[in-house]
Ligand binder design. Structure first.
Ligand code: FAD
Ligand code: FO1
Length: 449
């Protein structure tokens, strides 16, 4: 666990309660940051407090994402309370609200989650400077901690994979249970008023919660169990076919840290399923490659982070004729000439989760149908993060840069508009899966709205 940690300041650890600032890993179980804080609190024979700093509107998140986050936290609060660990929710600017609470509690030390996204890095930096005690970051998101796997920006999955695989034997382990805390505070705080907190959220209510993904730890673990039992075997051959329900559907739960990727990987690796290898490749290599990208390319949501060959080839083809150009409104309303793209767009706006193969097709068409790659990038991020439950995630920034500019990919045959960037076509989709069947099921869903 020690290499999972990084001290963010060199202030002293003092006697007193320990505070864990929960941010990316919003769960009571399988949470390395929480376990590290709990061990410190036991050592100090002091209470352990958990705080979640609720930002009023995080990177433009809508009510769809906040509803999922808050309902997940309701369950986490109960699970912590059962173990005599209070979860406090504070609103306002996170570094200030967490700093104020640390002083109020006279916390002897503070722990928090690793997260490569810029706003999070800025929050941790601000708190590390203002706190009078030690702030320690713990990577509870990655099986091989991001800072351990590689100290530089990796070029592709094939350069990171051997580094991860050499460390998996020691890292892909079970995770200790969270014990009831032996030193609870005398005046245990009352449960948080989630109804009042929900009223403080200023997120856009027009993007409504989705029913298909009930939030929280238990729902996430139930979905994991059924995935391992019923779908893992056929994951390799069916995962790229949107007509077959072969994906895990775990990304919303992983994005909000409601379940642990290490728990998922550990349980999958213990099955004897022929699908485990392909699934772990996505869950470990692809996902940890995205964190590596965002950590080492802080401009991950701009063309500056694109590989040189990708940016150059797109510039060379910037003057190419675009057969279709659509404004944002037409795209958002799924009213293009392409029925497959429209169905994928509706899957995202209505269901809150587009099928993984369609996300690749979806983003590549945005490159074709907008004036410039920069416009395609801005639009892809805006719509992905507005409608997808798993949006605002390193996987998204990496996935969009992969689709538009060949991040973590290699040059392909030269084509108009794309240049050397891999293309995906409607005819290609027809060869990949039963397109008619997918469109029929998509239009049935549309009618049933
Ligand atoms: P499964 O296939 O069951 O995979 C299980 C887990 O493995 C996923 O939850 C995810 O954590 C990881 N994983 C799978 N594929 C990838 C991948 N290509 N890159 C990184 N990790 C992966 N993922 C997000 O979490 N948030 C996003 O906003 C997001 N935006 C994307 C945008 C584009 C344009 C593309 C091409 C991909 C994007 N992805 C994003 C990655 C991937 O499509 C999703 O993680 C996946 O579809 C989630 O569904 P699932 O959990 O059912 O997938
Ligand atoms: N993290 C927080 O610490 N506080 C928040 O209020 C918060 C809101 C939020 C809303 C939507 C969303 O997709 C993510 C949100 N996150 C918040 C961050 C999230 O927990 C993840 O840490 C990152 O988005 C992924 O790295």
């Amino acid at each position: 666990m020690d290499e999972r940690r990084l001290d963010l300041n060199d202030k002293p650890r003092k006697q007193g309660p320990v505070l864990y600032w929960m941010s990316r890993e919003q769960r009571a179980f399988d949470n390395w940051g929480l376990l590290a804080a709990a061990a410190e609190a036991r050592e100090m024979r002091a209470p352990l407090y958990v705080v979640f700093a609720l930002a009023p509107s995080f990177l433009g998140a809508t009510w769809r994402q906040y509803d999922f986050l808050l309902r997940g936290l309701r369950e986490t609060e109960r699970q912590l309370r059962d173990r005599r660990i209070p979860l406090l929710i504070r609103t306002g600017e996170p570094p200030d609200s967490v700093g104020a609470l640390a002083r109020e509690l006279s916390a002897g030390s503070v722990f928090t989650d690793f997260d490569p996204l810029r706003p999070k890095t800025a929050w941790r930096k601000a708190l590390a400077a203002s706190l009078p005690v030690r702030l320690t970051e713990v990577d509870g998101h990655n099986i091989v901690p991001c800072r351990v796997a590689s100290q530089k920006r990796e070029y592709a999955a094939r350069t990171l994979r051997p580094k991860l695989h050499s460390l998996l034997p020691e890292r892909l382990t079970d995770i200790p249970a969270l014990d009831t805390h032996p030193f609870p505070p005398d005046d245990f705080p009352a449960p948080q008023d989630f109804d009042a907190l929900e009223r403080r959220i200023t997120a856009d209510p027009s993007v409504s919660p989705v029913r298909e993904f009930p939030p929280g730890y238990s729902a996430g673990m139930e979905r994991l169990r059924t995935f391992l039992e019923e779908k893992l075997d056929r994951y390799p051959e069916d995962r790229n076919d949107p007509c077959r329900d072969a994906l895990s559907g775990l990304s919303p739960y992983l994005h909000f840290g409601q379940i642990s990727a290490q728990r998922v990987a550990f349980e999958a690796s213990r099955t004897v399923s022929p699908g485990a290898g392909a699934f772990l490749e996505e869950l470990i290599v692809r996902r940890e490659l995205a964190d590596n990208f965002c950590l080492h390319a802080p401009s991950y949501d701009t063309p500056d982070a694109w590989p040189d060959w990708g940016r150059k080839t797109l510039e060379r083809h910037s003057g190419d004729h675009r057969e279709y150009i659509y404004p944002k409104e037409t795209l958002e309303a799924a009213e293009t000439h392409d029925p497959l793209w429209n169905a994928a767009q509706r899957e995202m706006t209505e269901r809150g989760k587009m099928h993984g193969w369609l996300r690749m097709y979806w983003v590549k068409k945005l490159l074709e149908w907008t004036e410039t790659p920069e416009e395609a990038l801005a639009l892809a991020i805006a719509m992905n993060d507005r409608y997808e439950l798993d949006g605002r995630d390193p996987n998204g920034y990496a996935g969009i840069a992969w689709g538009l500019a060949g991040l973590h990919d290699r040059p392909w045959g030269e084509r108009p508009v794309f240049g050397l960037v891999r293309t995906m076509t409607f005819d290609g989709a027809k060869r990949k899966f039963d397109l008619r069947r997918y469109l029929e099921s998509a239009s049935r869903n549309k009618r049933s709205k």
